[in-house]
Design a protein around this ligand. Structure first.
Ligand code: ADP
Ligand code: ASP
Ligand code: MG
Length: 423
């Protein structure tokens, strides 16, 4: 008998029939003799719909109330799932994040889990029940306000519960059969990976492969929680996300694990910055003060005749307005001439631990983009990743070209996307 944490994403609980299907799977696991804790997301695109509703009601920013609103989505699915499981003849109790002991920092919309005290969950398990926990939410230790963990946060709830409970495995159920070499919605010939290391998965997730939230992978790596990503719509074996040392029964790991893409970023270009020491520091101090997460940075070569330079950087689209206001607010210090904002960009990343020791990867990567006629606007690298920024409209072609060029296309059919809207 083992303790299994199962997480079901929005597309797995999109309507009444889907909730009943998930309930049957949970009940089956319980009846097989395992203890089961479930973390559940809001139904379908509920979170997006609630965000749209809030924007229709008010143009202001209401971080605390936004979290109150969004956490309602997971409350609905947790209660309905508990009812459906009880109909299967298995006891079930649902808990909000706060009731389940998910203690967080106070930042609304992107709170971090600082402790998990799952006393009530343990009691429910001891009573022979399945505990259903609302994903994506917690309570701030300082303000006692309800918080959310950021988009995709139910993944992190599941892994945090698995770590706190000492679970044997954290199963992440979604609408595809595991982690693929690229998003199957963009590359139908993407190949499912049997296993991937935490480091590679983290790099893929941080580069936009939203099948797992990056913080959930970080958490799993820190507490060594094995993650099994699989479909709630099939009985197939999925992808195991594990530590590097547990990975190798094959001597040679593949050089590339996958291609990720991200449409959620925008690019800001600050034009006409005096080319003297301290200006970049001033710019990024202003941006940091506004709590903006900067990703790639490029400084153009300054023309000696003018003595000014341009700096471009990427950031989440959702931080765009804040960043521009902050930069313009510090204009007297930075001394720039103009700020340009461009949200029609896409980011493509090639990820693989084998890149560390292989040569020629960049050459092949850039040749694939050239052959696909894709222009590159920015480049950044880590030891296991190369990323480029392209025009948004060229992104999907670029992903497919790179995927094919690195021999990642599947030889046994197309990947199945069982549900979801890809939102
Ligand atoms: P859930 O609602 O279950 O949390 P998400 O939509 O957050 O599901 O994540 C699953 C989706 O992630 C898939 O439908 C797929 O489109 C996307 N995805 C992006 N990159 C990958 C990848 N490398 N492997 C699998 N899925 C990916
Ligand atoms: N419902 C939240 C979201 O859509 C959390 C999650 O699904 O993981 O982001
Ligand atoms: Mg998700």
């Amino acid at each position: 008998m083992s303790l299994i944490v199962q997480k079901y994403g929005g597309s797995s609980v999109s309507d009444a029939a889907a909730i009943k299907r998930v309930a049957a799977r949970v009940a089956e696991t319980k009846k097989a003799g395992h203890d089961v804790v479930v973390a559940v997301s809001a139904m379908g695109d509920t979170t997006d719909e609630l965000i749209e509703l809030a924007h229709a009601v008010s143009g202001g920013s209401h971080a605390r109330e936004m979290d109150m609103l969004l956490t309602a989505g997971e409350r609905i699915s947790m209660a309905l799932l508990a009812m459906a499981i009880r109909d299967q003849g298995v006891g079930a109790q649902s808990f909000t994040g706060s009731q389940a002991g998910v203690i967080t920092s106070e930042q609304h919309g992107r709170a971090r889990i600082i402790d998990v005290t799952p006393g009530r969950v343990v009691k429910a398990i001891e009573a022979g029940d399945v505990a259903i926990v609302a994903g994506f939410q917690g309570v701030s230790v300082d303000t006692k306000n309800i918080t959310t963990l950021g988009r995709g946060g139910s993944d992190t709830t599941a892994v945090a519960l698995a770590a706190a409970l000492g679970a044997d495995v954290c199963e992440i159920y979604t609408d595809v059969d595991g982690v693929f070499t690229a998003d199957p919605r963009v590359v139908p010939g993407a190949r499912r990976l049997d296993r991937i290391t935490y480091d590679e998965m983290l790099e893929l997730a941080a580069s936009g492969a939203k099948v797992l939230m990056p913080r959930c992978v970080e958490y799993a790596r820190r507490f060594n929680v094995p993650i099994h990503v699989r479909s709630s719509f099939s009985g197939r074996e999925g992808t195991w996300v594990v530590a590097a040392t547990e990975q190798g029964d094959t001597m040679e790991e593949p050089i590339i694990s996958g291609v990720a893409h991200d449409r959620s970023e925008a690019k800001i270009t600050v034009i006409g910055i005096p080319d003297v020491p301290g200006k970049a520091a001033r710019l990024f101090e202003a941006v940091a003060k506004a709590d903006v997460n900067v990703d790639m940075i490029v400084q153009n070569v300054s023309a000696h005749s003018t003595g000014v330079t341009d700096i471009s950087f990427t950031l989440p689209k959702s931080d765009g307005e804040r960043a521009i206001a902050a930069i313009n607010g510090a204009k007297a210090d930075i001394g720039h001439a103009e700020v340009r904002y461009d949200d029609a960009i896409g980011k493509l990343s090639l990820v693989g631990a084998g890149m560390r020791s292989s040569t020629g990867i960049s050459a092949k990567f850039f040749a694939a983009l050239r052959d696909a006629g894709v222009n590159i606007e920015m480049i950044s690298t880590s030891d296991i990743r190369i990323s480029v920024v392209t025009r948004a409209e060229h992104l999907e072609d670029a992903v497919r070209a790179v995927h094919t060029s690195f021999g990642l296309d599947s030889t046994d059919g197309e990947a199945i996307v069982y549900g979801g809207t890809g939102r």
